[in-house]
Design a protein around this ligand. Structure first.
Ligand code: MRU
Length: 356
């Protein structure tokens, strides 16, 4: 608990590119444990069980994951056809780990495209591996650059001393550095802005309490943890000047899927005239999905609501449970979508396609 979490890599490649190294986020904040993922099952489980989570971090883990698996496949398959058949199977398997964050499919499709292009360019399997490794590393470096750019644009929307509310964890732990929703906060911190941040605890998996409050506190940011049902009061009290949240998928019309509860925060912010900003790397914008209604929302296990985190079960046996991991915030509730290429405002159908 003494470690400064900000000095750790959320996702990395292990020695000799033989495995993917992640911080096991299910152990935070009690224990900082780095785990090594080598098999397809281990990588899939780590994504499904939220050991690595947050849309951009999932994308980077998947890119490193498919690269590590490609190296294993190449030990047996030296000809492209055999190699690619297994590569594709593993890619589809990793893609099935979680449905909502588009970055998972985005990163895997990008690796797939690079693989096929490398073959068409006349490279053999060994050279293709080299190219895949380079691409996976580039996806990680790009994530850092993108988050920083989002931070700069986001910072232009607030002023020193402002109160900022955030939901879930769209922080460094959800990316490779800076986070998305937290990027303006970290850049502001470096420049003496002295923000007052309110972090929603974010039931049922407590990403706000376990991760956002933890990383902001480690970084020396003035952060106050609140239960999800307190954000209305905090906003009504006039303590919040802006809401920044991350996202898992932005539809072409500007509807946004993000952690369950985000839409409630957006509605309350609108009620009190507080700007509601979504921070979205363009890799999260999915122009093939017309509106939020077409976004697949992940449903998760009942136990996350009834007993996880409690010493004993806190709900009657057999009670019906509804546990969607995400909700869709209607574009009418969103003041602006902050990307690495600029700030998009309504009408999003026009402005988002220009950002891409
Ligand atoms: O279920 P999680 O923890 O993966 O959900 C994460 C979120 O909803 C984040 O806000 C989103 O992925 C953006 S992370 C920069």
């Amino acid at each position: 608990m003494n470690e400064n979490i900000m000095t750790y890599e959320t996702v990395d490649l292990g020695d000799n590119d033989e495995n993917v190294i992640i911080i096991d986020q299910t152990r935070l904040p009690g224990k900082v444990e780095m785990i090594h993922l080598r098999t397809a099952q281990e990588i899939w489980d780590a994504i499904y069980l939220l050991k690595v989570r947050g849309a951009p971090a999932i994308g980077v883990a998947a890119a490193f994951g498919i690269y590590v698996l490609a190296r294993q496949i190449a030990e047996e398959e030296t000809e492209f056809d055999g190699f690619y058949k297994k590569f594709k199977e593993q890619k589809d398997y990793l893609d099935s780990a979680r449905p909502t964050a588009v970055n998972l499919a985005w990163a895997l499709n990008r690796m797939d495209r690079v693989c096929r292009q490398a073959y068409e360019d006349g490279n053999d399997v060994q050279k293709i591996l080299e190219i895949l490794g380079k691409e996976a590393r580039e996806i990680k470096q790009e994530d850092i650059r993108v988050c920083k750019a989002i931070g700069e644009y986001g910072l232009s929307l607030v002023k020193p001393g402002d109160g900022i509310l955030t939901h879930c964890n769209a922080g460094q732990l959800a990316t490779c550095k800076y986070g998305t929703a937290t990027a303006p906060i970290y850049l502001g911190q470096e420049r003496g802005y002295q923000f007052r941040v309110f972090a929603d605890e974010t039931r049922p998996l407590l990403q706000g309490a376990r991760l956002t409050a933890y990383e902001l506190h480690s970084a020396g940011v003035d952060v106050t943890l609140i239960c999800d049902n307190m954000s209305g009061m905090v906003m009504k009290n006039g303590w919040v000047n802006a809401v920044f949240v991350g996202c898992d998928r932005v539809a072409a019309n500007g509807d946004v899927a993000n952690k369950i509860g985000t839409s409630v925060v957006a509605a309350v912010a609108k009620q009190y005239g507080i700007p509601f900003y979504v921070c979205a790397p363009t890799s999260t914008i999915d122009l093939d999905t017309p509106t939020g209604a077409e976004i697949t929302i992940e449903q998760r296990r009942e136990e996350e609501v009834t007993q996880m985190w409690y010493k004993e079960r806190m709900a009657p046996e057999g009670v019906k449970v509804f546990n969607p991991a995400f909700d869709v915030t209607d574009h009418e509730l969103i003041t602006a979508i902050v990307t690495e290429h600029g700030i998009a405002r309504a009408p999003f159908t026009e402005t988002l396609s220009k950002c891409k």
